[in-house]
Design a protein around this ligand. Structure first.
Ligand code: 4NP
Length: 158
């Protein structure tokens, strides 16, 4: 399964999703069943490595961001990726509008994989504090645990 995380800048949330899920699938022994990538709806940071605050917060929890560079969504992404994960409702609406009708079902709200959080949006931490980056990580870890559970189930029933 090919999984794409989408946020605004591909600078904070979606690179963190990519890093967290990559590690969690490796730990779960599912690394060879998925490819993981991320992108943004806007080009503010195209070509740049992830935000240093996001990177440092993630690295403190053991996640790696090596090689990541911001890019924007491409129309080919709707063909390349089976699961396209929107970090918040704005991204979800935008992705649903951009998706060809036959691919709309591939677009999902990321936190729907973590119903226990009681949230549907991973808030934008860009103008926030260090605590906001920790909340971003908490929510992304919860969502990624849900994705790993789904991948495990899928493998068990394949
Ligand atoms: P992200 O955060 O969508 O989680 O990458 C943002 C990064 C940059 C901007 C907005 C959100 N910006 O306006 O530059």
């Amino acid at each position: 399964m090919n999984i794409l995380f989408v946020c605004t800048g591909n600078f904070c949330r979606s690179p963190t999703g990519e890093a967290v899920l990559r590690r969690m699938v490796e730990v779960a022994g599912l690394g060879d069943t998925v490819t993981i990538d991320s992108c943004g709806t806007h080009a503010y940071h195209t070509g740049q490595p992830p935000d240093s605050r996001a990177r440092e917060a993630g690295e403190r929890r053991g996640y790696g961001f090596a090689g990541q560079r911001a890019r924007t969504l491409a129309s080919a992404d709707f063909d390349r990726f089976d699961l396209i994960l929107a970090m918040d409702g704005g991204h979800f609406d935008r992705l649903r509008q951009a998706a060809p009708a036959a691919r709309a079902g591939r677009v999902r709200r990321f936190l729907d994989f973590a119903p226990g959080t009681g949230r549907r949006d991973v808030p934008d931490p860009y103008y926030g504090s260090a605590e906001d980056y920790e909340l971003t990580l908490d929510l992304i870890e919860a969502g990624c645990r849900g994705i790993v559970a789904m991948l495990r189930e899928r493998k068990a029933t394949a």
